[in-house]
Design a protein around this ligand. Structure first.
Ligand code: ADP
Ligand code: MG
Length: 725
């Protein structure tokens, strides 16, 4: 069977190469196609009467409400634009708490009294939709009989056309709320957090003489993923149903040679990436970077940063497009955090910053950061935010998949800390002692070869191990997981920052109102913040055991798994933070807490059940067959007069493993049959009982695998899945 999948994969690759690759289009001119399926600013300008266009821009850039007449005009223009591009349907696209996106398609056609149909789309349909919400998770915020849920158009994220074979659909990004106005999705709290952080940031900017009226959180997420041959994928029930392999012995060659990282990209994979990118360009996603990642068959795609709300929508579209295009190349895209045990997992580096309405990056240090008060204030606000709100930040990236990554010596640890680099650390050390007087410069990098240019050297090196790193003019939250919607981590980050900026603005406003010099007040405040929060700064190796000890001394949180981390969402402090800035009310947070716990338990439960299925129906029959064959061989050899010493030894070893495997399978099966009184106790049970039982069963299964003839093994192996490409 393993070899059948291998034959299929080899055939697929051969056919693909012989056809010159199934490349559905010629190389594209990115500039020409970019945004061609988006109702972009340009399209809006061309198609809307000037006052309507201006009203819409006011909504988009300043958050002003859209009136009914304007909405009607926009709707008509939008429909005409979509229909001209072949659209027959429209959909309100939203992000319920399931983690994936949801959509319900409606036709533009409305029947008329004379039996014909006309294409129609009114303002009301643009602004509001009403999907039956009863089957979406609400975490107890709503009972199923209160099924009403509304989708509300988010005019700040541009509509786009989804083309799928013979259909074209107009997609409208929307927020999803209950009849009582509670957020049932991931977009609503993000939008609320963007407004909150904007309000406080503007207060701080005003002190420095800025006349900015709005500040935007900006975000550029780097997505890691695996691509493997689809015939392997279909031959693995664990990959199909759990997104990761639950059995699988380590391959003889892993990633130890590190020859994969930034290595040349295989032809078929490159073609797949190129088509994925051109699809994304068309719908306005500004993807920019592609490269091989550390693990075999692992890759990365990253866009140019955007307003965080748009970046989140575009990130969801990127994940969907990766999944959708890969099969055209006989590939399957795996977005799971840990598809393969013992091999690097996938994360999503969430690059984040704040920018004012004029496009000034508030975390850009300039040439002399020690002299750049405004920058130092915003940077100190981040230190305070991450230190003060470690708990909810850690919880915002907690899920069953990420438990395999965080703290597993390949990804940042579960402890949050900030890497500032030499230059900024030096400045903040000066601040702690009173005031900053100089900036360490990097100078020029001389490579000792006269034809090579002298490169400007950064003042400090990078640090790959940090969970939250300053990288030049932005912070990079690296504990975010590859499969998750990045909306929630950004929501929490914005909320934490809101709290910091509020406190800073309040202090500085007080000081200046008393007639104190702003520079002096800032210097005093910065020193205070650094003293209180410097424990969060760590520039060393985050993978080392010494750091775990040191972090404990500093009393930093070290929440090693989802079940330990999630309660941080419902502490008194977190509830108050999110309520105060109107990001999430206590009911909404409790609802999310329940959903996250349930997701965790359901994920582990599915994995446990698949393991039992694979053990009983795939591995055991194969193992028993081979056990019998060894037995037959031993008897035959014995009958021929030889004692078959090695054969008997193998029989004993193998039989022991098989017996243990069967016993562990039954034990896991029995443990899975369990009910708990609450979501919390159930999640704990899954973590403390099921996860260890799964680990034991896997260990035995993997030992059996390496002793069983390859041609009999019922599934593709790691060696095949990771290296045949
Ligand atoms: P790095 O190698 O430092 O991670 P890149 O320049 O490739 O460098 O940046 C990685 C990601 O960070 C990209 O998606 C980029 O758009 C994003 N990024 C750059 N500047 C900002 C910013 N001001 N705010 C948010 N994201 C940013
Ligand atoms: Mg990066």
């Amino acid at each position: 069977m393993g070899s059948t999948a291998l034959t299929e994969a080899a055939k697929g690759i051969r056919d693909w190469s012989m056809k010159g690759g199934h490349i559905s289009s010629a190389p594209v001119n990115a500039a020409e196609i970019f945004g061609s399926r988006v109702f972009s600013d340009k399209a809006q300008q061309e198609r809307l009467p000037k006052p309507v266009y201006q009203a819409l821009r006011a909504t988009i850039t300043r958050g002003e409400a859209l009136d009914a007449a304007t909405a009607n005009t926009v709707a008509t223009a939008l429909k005409d634009w979509a229909v001209e591009h072949g659209a027959t349907h429209f959909t309100h696209w939203f992000q319920p708490m399931t983690g994936v996106t949801a959509e319900k398609h409606d036709s533009f056609l409305a029947p008329t009294s004379d039996g014909t149909a006309i294409a129609e789309f009114r303002g009301k349909e643009l602004i509001q939709g009403e999907p039956d919400a009863s089957s979406f998770p609400s975490g107890g915020m709503r009972s199923t009989f209160e099924a009403r849920g509304y989708t509300a158009w988010d005019p700040t994220s541009p509509p786009w056309l989804h083309m799928n074979g013979n259909s074209v659909t107009l997609v409208l990004p929307t927020a999803f709320v209950s009849w009582t106005g509670e957020a049932l999705d991931k977009k609503t709290p993000l939008l609320r957090s963007m407004e909150a952080v904007s309000r406080q940031a503007v207060r701080v900017l005003k002190l420095f003489g800025s006349n900015a009226e709005r500040v935007f959180a900006t975000c550029g997420p780097e997505q890691e993923y695996f691509l493997i041959d689809r015939s392997f994928y279909f031959a693995r029930p664990d990959l199909i149903n759990a997104g990761r392999t639950l059995f699988g012995a380590a391959p003889p060659k892993g990633q130890e040679l590190e020859d994969q990282y930034f290595g040349s990209i295989p032809e078929r994979v490159l073609a797949c990436m190129a088509e994925t990118e051109s699809e994304l360009y068309k719908v306005g996603v500004p993807v920019k970077t592609r490269h091989n990642e550390v693990a075999p068959s692992q890759y990365e795609i990253a866009p140019i940063f955007e307003n965080a709300n748009v970046a989140v929508d575009h990130q969801m579209m990127t994940m969907e497009t990766l999944k959708r295009i890969a099969p055209r190349y006989g590939l399957e895209c795996l977005l799971h955090e840990k598809p393969f045990g013992g091999v690097n997992g996938s994360g999503k580096h969430n690059n984040w910053s704040l920018s004012d309405e004029f496009g000034n990056n508030l975390l850009s240090p300039g040439d002399n950061p020690h002299d750049n008060m405004q920058f130092l204030v915003f940077c100190a606000a981040v230190l305070r935010a991450v230190d003060r709100w470690q708990g909810p930040l850690r919880a915002s990236v907690a899920n069953a998949g990420n438990d395999h990554r965080l703290g597993a010596n390949e990804a940042p640890p579960a402890i949050l800390s900030i890497f500032l680099g030499d230059m900024l650390t030096d400045i903040f050390e000066q601040i702690e002692k009173g005031s900053a007087k100089s900036t360490k410069q990097g100078g020029l990098l001389d490579m000792g070869v006269s034809v090579l240019p002298k490169l400007p050297r950064d003042a400090g090196d990078r640090n790959r191990t940090s969970p939250f790193a300053f990288t030049g003019n932005k912070f990079e939250f690296r504990a975010v997981s590859s499969g998750q919607n990045i909306s929630f981590p950004n929501t929490i980050l914005n909320a934490a920052m809101t709290d910091s900026l509020d406190s800073i603005a309040t202090e500085l406003e007080k000081s200046t109102a008393k007639g104190e010099d702003l520079a002096k007040a800032v210097a005093k405040l910065l020193t205070k913040i650094v003293k209180e929060h410097k424990r969060i700064i760590f520039n060393g190796n985050n993978y080392s055991a010494a750091w775990e000890k040191e972090a404990a001394k500093r009393k930093l949180l070290n929440l090693k798994n989802t079940v330990a981390a999630l309660p941080q969402l419902v502490t008194k402090e977190t509830l108050a933070l999110l309520d105060k800035y109107k990001v999430l009310n206590p009911r909404e947070i409790h609802g999310r807490y329940e959903i996250f716990l349930e997701n965790y338990s359901k994920t582990i439960n599915v994995e446990g059940n698949i393991m039992v299925l694979m053990a009983n129906r795939y591995i055991l029959p194969t193992a028993l067959e081979y056990q019998k064959n060894i037995g037959l061989s031993v008897s035959a050899v014995k009958a021929a007069g030889s004692p078959s010493v090695q054969g008997r030894k193998l029989l004993v070893t193998y039989t022991k493993l098989v017996d243990r495997f069967k016993a562990q399978t039954d034990a896991l099966d029995k443990l899975l049959d369990h009910e708990s009184t609450s979501a919390e106790t159930h999640a704990k049970y899954m973590r403390d009982q099921i996860v260890p039982a799964m680990a034991k069963l896997r260990e035995t299964g993997d030992k059996i695998e390496v002793l069983t003839p390859h041609e009999n093994w019922p599934m593709p192996t790691y060696r095949e899945m990771l290296f045949v490409k």
